[in-house]
Design a protein around this ligand. Structure first.
Ligand code: ADP
Ligand code: MG
Length: 731
């Protein structure tokens, strides 16, 4: 009876510490071991081929066929020296995870001689059958071809699964007619647009700057549960989150988990996936417990954004795989458990120049301060102008549970910059005059540089509630969901920044053409941008009711659900933005919108099915069994001639029990009907709204409420699903 749950609990004692993880002497000894870095390439390539690879990595230069052959040969020689037999183009389609199709180096020559080979053509381009990947109607199914094309800026690596080793070549994925079908293509385009726009603006300050790179340091939050217990929770295995479960007597109220000692079994798991990550060149640096029980976080040293995005995708994959070795299940979902914190993925983002300057680090001299202020204010303006797009970019079924749930930033996009910089902006706004005089110069002389660290310390607590916070030398986009591919938010941020910088430059240039001094022109447009966008600045408590009211007065958006938030992708403004910057054509944008809506529908649909199945086949039978026990008990007491007072309590329990049972059965029926209605809807947006409002909105909470009440009443021996106290505290 209920064997899965109780077996899992019994087995826990045996699965503990089953995997031994030995430490490498030093991380540097294994770091990049499985990566074809430029340093490794130097050993395997001719001068000519090496130069061609470097030019392509650093300057985006195209690699010709003969060089391609040489590089492919070098790659194969390196990979074979490590026992690799197969290669794959590794890409990130719009499914949210990575994809690969392995081919062997092995082939037969015309005369039947078996050989190993890897040609340049196979390295540079492949044609996987793409008909089963989401395309939002861009590629009719009869035209199944899609292309993957090598992205040399993200180095090839070796993926080890058990004893098998595969050479993975990071690629973009596009349709036969050239539309992007992945997350990397638009990201690379956005990074190119940003580079160009930022370098142009940098010329006002330093003519030596010829490249600006966006940097990203993500922080990955996750939950870990025992795999045996998780196996007895079909909701966790199918939907990645618990659809039922009463809050345990002990939750996170004692705040005893955050930064606490890492439990030994999880610690072994962390060290194991960290080591695998190091060998893949993922520079993990930080690990700690998070706020909720069974919740943890890891973060790397920041990298160039495209590489950082690949590394995050790869890490999520490695984490999932390595967890199995430890009999654990890692949950990357934004809200695996109700009532305790969900998981996010803060995206720390900045811009750095090829002269070694972080453009978001306050300067030490008036001149560098002016450059800092320029970029700083341009971001504020970009976020202000495209707040709805940023909101759309983090929208997902999972993140809907988290945003605004009093533990994560609200669905209102605002920026926290701290008291000191608020002062600086106020001064620029009120004091900058038509001429660049001593007063203006005084503002720039402010020691922004020195005052920031102190200020950040003061505000760490409060600024946790902000979705987009300045943290000293970078912005931190905190509303990103833990399961998200960072490419989405990174594409949007870099595109809106590129667009804003372009307009900024136009406005400054036009003042200069009218005879204004450069500094005056810059200060005037900075001032103008502050005035135009200051409504997006907010220093207070983002979790509060008052902020929601205040934000509404300021005209800031507060869209709470994904189907509506996604509208921002296909507005006229958004289409123009992405087209101007050569990121998405209109059809591409519309296709993506459709794909995201469809993903939402499917996720909610799966959850609804799981809820119905679990209620009908596990919860209600357990409750009925308990109901029968209760009836037998009452009948028995009556039979032996006891007065009604002797079983009054039981009768009352029976009544409450029956009420819960009936309400659940009734609502599950209705939910199924609502699903049928929603499934008939053709238009994807309307369908998503129906799933959001009619299926989820009308039934999820009420069904869950009654199931969770039953959990507190029904004999524990009958309860089929591992309870929160077991999932969260047993390992
Ligand atoms: P916290 O939890 O206080 O936000 P963490 O150390 O966990 O701090 O994470 C900070 C992240 O920000 C790290 O990944 C770090 O590498 C990254 N970071 C630091 N400087 C930059 C920068 N200039 N650009 C992008 N990311 C950065
Ligand atoms: Mg952070």
């Amino acid at each position: 009876m209920n064997s899965l749950r109780f077996n899992a609990i019994n087995n826990l004692a045996n699965t503990q510490a089953s995997v031994k993880v030995s430490n490498p002497a030093r991380v540097t000894a294994v770091f990049n071991e499985n990566v074809f870095t430029l340093k490794t390439a130097r050993h395997y390539l001719s001068d000519e081929a090496y130069k061609s690879l470097v030019a392509s990595v650093r300057g985006g230069k195209k690699i010709d066929r003969s060089m391609g052959n040489q590089i492919a040969n070098g790659l194969r020689a390196w990979a074979e020296s490590k026992g690799v037999t197969h290669f794959t183009h590794w890409f990130q389609p719009l499914t949210g995870s990575s994809a690969e199709k392995h081919d062997s180096f092995f082939t037969l020559k015309g005369d039947g001689t078996p050989i190993e080979e890897f040609e340049g053509a196979a390295l540079i381009q492949q044609e996987p059958d793409a008909s089963s990947f989401p395309s939002g109607g861009l590629r009719a199914t009869f035209e199944a071809r899609g292309y993957t094309a090598w992205d040399p800026s993200s180095p090839a690596f070796i993926m080890e699964i058990g004893e098998g080793k595969t050479l993975c070549v990071p690629t973009i994925f596009v349709s036969y007619t050239g539309e992007s079908l992945d997350t990397k293509t638009p990201l690379i385009k956005a990074l190119v647009a940003l580079d160009k726009a930022a370098v142009d603006v940098c010329q006002y300050f330093d003519k030596n700057i010829s490249k600006v790179t966006a940097t990203l340091g993500w922080e990955q939050e996750y939950f870990v549960v025992d795999a045996g217990l998780a196996n007895a929770r079909p909701d966790l295995t199918l939907a990645g989150r618990t659809v039922y479960g009463h809050a345990p007597a002990k939750g996170q109220q004692l705040d005893d988990h955050y930064f606490g000692a890492i439990p030994e079994r999880v610690y072994a798991y962390m060290r194991d996936f960290e080591q695998e990550s190091y060998r893949l060149g993922i520079p993990l640096r930080t690990r700690h417990n998070e706020v909720a029980p069974a919740q943890f976080e890891c973060a790397p040293i920041f990298e160039e954004a495209n590489l950082a995005v690949d590394h995050n995708t790869l890490l999520m994959d490695v984490m999932t795989r390595v967890a199995k070795r430890h009999n654990l299940l890692v949950l990357l979902h934004e809200k695996p458990f109700a009532g305790i914190n969900g998981s996010g993925k803060h995206n720390n983002w900045s811009l750095s120049t090829d002269t070694g300057v972080n453009l978001l680090a306050p300067g030490k001299t008036p001149k560098t301060n002016l450059m800092f202020l320029t970029f700083f204010v341009n971001i504020i303006k970009a976020v202000h102008d495209y707040a709805d797009l940023l909101r759309a970019t983090i929208a997902s079924a999972g993140n809907d549970h988290r945003l605004g749930a009093n533990e994560a930033p609200p669905a209102i996009i605002s920026i926290f910059i701290g008291k000191y910089l608020t002062d600086v902006l106020n001064q620029v706004e009120t004091r900058v005059s038509g001429h660049f005089d001593e007063q203006d110069e005084a503002i720039l002389k402010l020691d922004i540089h020195k005052s920031i660290p102190e200020l950040m310390l003061d505000n760490t607590d409060r600024n946790r509630t902000s979705p987009f916070a300045f943290t000293g030398n970078k912005f931190e986009f905190r509303a990103v969901g833990s399961a998200a591919n960072c490419a989405g938010p990174m594409t949007t941020i870099n595109t809106i920044m590129a667009e804003t910088l372009k307009s900024f430059k136009k406005e400054v240039d036009s003042l200069i053409e009218k005879g204004e001094k450069k500094e005056v022109a810059l200060m005037q447009i900075i001032q103008k941008y502050i005035v135009e966008s200051k409504s997006v600045l907010f220093e207070g408590d983002g979790y509060s009711e008052e902020w929601a009211e205040e934000a509404e007065k300021r005209g800031l958006g507060n869209v709470k659900t994904t189907p509506l938030a996604l509208d921002a992708f296909v507005t006229k403004k958004s289409k123009a933005l992405f087209e101007h910057n050569d990121i998405y054509s209109h059809p591409e944008l519309e296709a993506r919108h459709e794909i995201m809506l469809e993903a939402y529908v499917k996720k909610v649909q799966i959850e609804a099915r799981v809820m119905g199945d679990l209620a009908s086949t596990l919860i209600l039978p357990a409750a009925v069994r308990y109901q029968n026990d209760m009836i037998k008990n009452i009948v028995g007491l009556k039979e032996v001639g006891l007065p009604e007072t002797a079983y009054a309590n039981q009768k009352q329990i029976l009544e409450v029990l029956s009420n819960h049972i009936n309400t659940i059965a009734d609502n599950v029926e209705k939910m199924i009907e609502a699903r049928k209605v929603a499934n008939e809807i053709e238009d994807m947006r309307a369908k998503a709204i129906a799933y959001c409002d009619d299926v989820k909105g009308n039934y999820f909470d009420i069904i869950r409420y009654h199931v969770d009440k039953l959990e507190l009443m029904v004999d524990d021996n009958y309860w089929p699903l591992p309870k929160y106290r077991e999932l969260l505290f047993l390992r």
